[in-house]
Structure formats: C-alpha cells, structure tokens
Design a protein around this ligand. Structure first.
Ligand code: TXA
Ligand code: MG
Length: 321
C-alpha cells in the first residue's frame, strides 16, 4: 500500500509503523516515545531488543529535548556542518527517553534526515520518529520501496514511496558521549570530513564485533546485510572469475568489455554512484537465480571504505570471516 505523507503522519500519530524514504536507505518508522510502536518495530524487523534504535528529528531544538544536556561546542560544530544529513550522533539521553528505545543504554542515537518527504512527515506528525533500516534483521538494506515490499511479503507494511535513495548507504555514526569522538559506523560522510570540522582526530575503534568483545555500536555485527545468494568479495583491481554454477560478476567501474552476467557499480568509477547502486544491485541479482555473486571491492579510500565495510559484512556469512 503506497501512502501520502498525510496518511503516513496520521498512522504514526496512531502508534502504527510505516516505511519511509530517507536520503540514505528506507527506514521502518514509529513514534519514538510510544512503547507500543517501538515493540512493533522490533517485532516486524525480528531485531533483538538489545539493539537500540536511531531517532529522527527535524532539527536541533527537537534533538535537545531528548538529550541529557544542550549540545556542547563540539557537537554543535558537527550539527552545523552536517544536519540535516547522513550523520547520526550518539549522546547521553534525557531521563524521559524510554529504555526500550535505547536498549537500556544511557545514550541515544539522533539524526536529522534531509529527505524532503521524511521532513514533511516529521513536521506533520510533530513526533520524534524511531527508524531503523526497513529490512528484516541481517538482510540487505532497502534503497527502493520495492525492496521493502519484497522483504516483508508476509507482513505488508504501508510505504511512502520516495523513489531510489540518493546516497544508498546508512548514515555515518559518531559517538560523542565520551571525551573523544568515535566513529562507530562508516557511512556517506568520511572520517576526514568529520575531523576537519571537529578540529581533532576521530577515534576509529576496531569495527569488527567478536563474540568476546562488547559491541560499541550494537548493530555492527560481522555478519549483516546478507543477500540469499552466496556473495564473494575480491580486492579492488581483481579480475573476477566464475564460481561453480551461474555466477554474476560485479565490477566497481564499467569494464571495457561487458559480457553476459557482468555488471558494474559505476560507469565512471565514481564513489557516490557506486554507493547508491551497491544495495540495489545486490537486491536485483539476488532474485535472478544466480548460484553465486562475485564483486570487486571499491578502492579502499574515501567512500570506498564505507562501501567495503558493507560488502565485507554481507559476504561474511559465506566466507566464514
Ligand atoms: O541512515 C540510517 O542511519 C538509517 C536511516 C533509516 O536513517 N537507519 C539505520 O538504522 O541504519 P539501523 O537501526 O539499521 O542502524 C542504526 C545503528 C545500529 O547499529 C544500532 O545498534 C546503532 O545504530 N545505535 C542505535 N542507538 C545506539 C546507541 N545509543 N549507541 C550505540 N549505537 C547505537
Ligand atoms: Mg540496519
């Protein structure tokens, strides 16, 4: 069922869950302070209650209603530079924020999205909206409304269709709850861009969660974003070879000779184009009867680091990393 922004706002006010477009990926949105709506989000996604949700707000003044203290000068610099946009900040939470939302943590994840439809809905419903990516737990993130529809065929979810997401990778997450800024999830904004604005180095903790180590961003599991088709990632510059059976080969940049079952993420080798395509390409090829998908990683710099982070997690299940 495709919704107008007015219908979506009405459903959200009633405590219902709807899928909404953002500039990064589609989100599964619900009233962030309504335990009923939060429970529905966790249930629909099949997400463990130990994995907290991001809250989307229109602007800083709405964000500061949910944080323990007003923004510090450091937070202010990042917000002035990157909100609205693909930056999620982890900050100490206000006592009124439900524990269910933050999975019992003393911090809250906040983001002001840039997508015009999402912003219209935030203005109409006047609520903070919790919205994890609109995929079942562990599956590929959705960058088009059809991805959401296909992944939730059993429990159809009302969707506002905003077309393909512009950026195609989930937001960059920065933890500012301690004395030093930490990058918890690479995303559309690079560590360098953040450091320039912060005026200090940003700590990049080991991104890999292991069974014996507590998770910094609870959702940054080694195995995540998986397609159903076995996926294998090769270093940038590799010549891709067929696996056993029908294999799709995806290059980062359009190869000179494009053979059958060969695809590419960007015509020109542009990072932003590749980022916008990567989940879409995997969703599409996942439904085309391939026995394997082999993909060339992005050059390991700039946005390529975020693209490769997602590819590594998506392939972990098949390579046993
Ligand atoms: O771009 C995005 O961020 C998208 C769109 C819909 O806004 N949302 C998204 O949500 O990617 P999700 O839930 O798929 O990823 C949010 C990540 C999870 O790994 C979660 O564990 C982490 O943020 N997170 C949420 N609250 C946190 C907190 N208080 N401390 C540390 N990590 C937190
Ligand atoms: Mg997600």
């Amino acid at each position: 069922m495709a919704l107008t922004v007015f219908q979506a706002a009405e459903l959200l006010i009633q405590g219902r869950v709807v899928a909404l477009p953002t500039e990064t990926v589609y989100g599964l949105a619900g009233h962030a302070l309504d335990p009923g709506a939060l429970k529905s989000i966790f249930k629909i996604k099949g997400r463990p209650l130990t994995n907290p949700l991001i809250v989307h707000i229109l602007d800083q003044s709405e964000a500061e209603k949910l944080t323990l203290t007003p923004f510090s000068p450091k937070v202010q610099r990042l917000v002035d530079a990157f909100w609205p946009g693909p930056l999620t900040l982890i900050l100490p939470k206000a006592p009124s924020v439900p524990d269910l939302l933050t999975a019992g943590r003393p911090t809250i994840a906040l983001r002001s999205p840039k997508h015009s439809l999402f912003r219209e809905i935030l203005s109409l419903c006047k609520l903070p909206l919790a919205a994890p990516s609109a995929n079942p737990f562990g599956c590929l993130s959705p960058t088009e409304a059809s991805h959401v529809r296909n992944m939730f065929q059993e429990t159809p979810i009302p969707i506002v269709d905003g077309g393909p997401c512009l950026l195609g990778l989930e937001s960059t997450i920065v933890d500012l709850s301690g004395s030093q800024a930490k990058l918890l999830r690479p995303g559309p904004l690079s560590a360098e861009a953040l450091e320039t604005v912060l005026g200090e180095p940003i700590l990049v903790p080991c991104m890999q969660a292991s069974p014996n180590k507590p998770l910094l961003a609870p959702g940054t599991l080694q195995q995540h974003y998986s397609p159903h088709t076995p996926l294998y990632v090769y270093p940038y510059g590799s010549i891709l070879k067929n696996k056993m059976g029908k294999t799709a080969l995806i290059y980062f940049k359009k190869p000179k000779k494009l053979e059958e079952h060969t695809y590419f993420l960007s015509e020109t080798g542009s990072f932003s184009e590749a980022a916008a395509q990567v989940f879409r390409m995997l969703h599409t090829l996942d439904t085309q009867g391939y026995d394997a998908i082999c993909i060339e990683a992005a050059p390991p710099e700039d946005l390529g680091i975020s693209i490769n982070d997602r590819l590594k997690r998506a392939a972990a299940k098949f390579t046993g990393i």
